[in-house]
Design a protein around this ligand. Structure first.
Ligand SMILES: Cc1cc2nc3c(=O)[nH]c(=O)nc-3n(C[C@H](O)[C@H](O)[C@H](O)COP(=O)(O)O)c2cc1C
Length: 207
């Protein structure tokens, strides 16, 4: 059975464009895939821990320093990694904050990028260990980063594409809206409707 992991990371629950987009995407996917299942995680409510000394010791050792606290830190990561592994499709609502990703999304990334678990250094160099997923990033920003005046400051899309690729998720699609007023955002979300419908349909087939 196909499974979708839906994650939101806007700090606001009301009036969030990225949440509207990710909800619309998940709904479109569900319509195309009625037997598909969905796991939802709101990072603003279930905020992952920051990387801690216990996490670092748990991941990097030394083994003799392992204790209940290092194990608890690893268990918290493992839960999030297994959510990714269980999914065929990842639908990630990620606003742009200060030209990058929200801190709570970065905290999630820091929990799921783990040497020996989601990536490894093999004979042929670094290798992502999470295979066969499609990720769709529903992104909201104030400015239009297709505009060459702003494009050099877009650290959001390259970062997400790079770090997901690092763990093996190389099929990454961005659906972006931008605007400063509710009217601009409403129009941008309306304009994104066809792209969302087409993408959700093909994500169903790929899964
Ligand atoms: C803390 C913060 C930082 C932001 N930084 C940027 C930015 O660097 N570039 C930009 O174009 N918009 C920026 N914005 C605007 C948001 O990207 C925009 O309001 C977007 O719609 C937020 O996503 P949401 O609607 O899902 O909450 C920022 C907003 C906040 C709250």
């Amino acid at each position: 059975m196909t499974h979708l992991l839906h994650i939101d990371s806007s700090a606001r629950s009301e009036g969030s464009a990225s949440r509207r987009l990710s909800a619309e995407y998940t709904k479109a996917w569900k319509a195309r895939n009625p037997h598909g299942t969905v796991t939802y995680r709101d990072l603003s409510i279930d905020t992952p821990d920051f990387v801690s000394p216990e996490w670092i010791t748990g991941v990097f050792g030394p083994a003799e320093a392992a204790n209940a606290d290092t194990q608890a830190a690893l268990d918290a990561s493992e839960l999030l990694i297994r959510e990714i592994e269980a999914a065929d499709v990842l639908v990630l609502g990620v606003p742009m904050y200060n030209f990058g990703v929200p801190a709570i999304f970065k905290a999630w990334i820091d929990q799921v990028v783990m040497g020996g678990r989601t990536f490894a250094f093999g004979e042929n160099g670094p290798e992502g260990l999470i295979k066969g997923k499609k990720a769709i990033i529903l992104r909201a920003s104030g400015s239009d980063f297709d505009n060459p005046d702003f494009a050099p400051m877009d650290f959001h899309a390259p970062y997400i594409r790079g770090v997901l690729g690092w763990i093996g998720i190389t099929d990454v699609e961005f659906i972006a809206v931008n605007g400063f007023t509710p009217e601009q955002i409403d129009a941008a979300i309306r304009d994104a409707g066809n792209t969302i419908a087409a993408s959700a349909a093909s994500a169903t087939l790929a899964a």
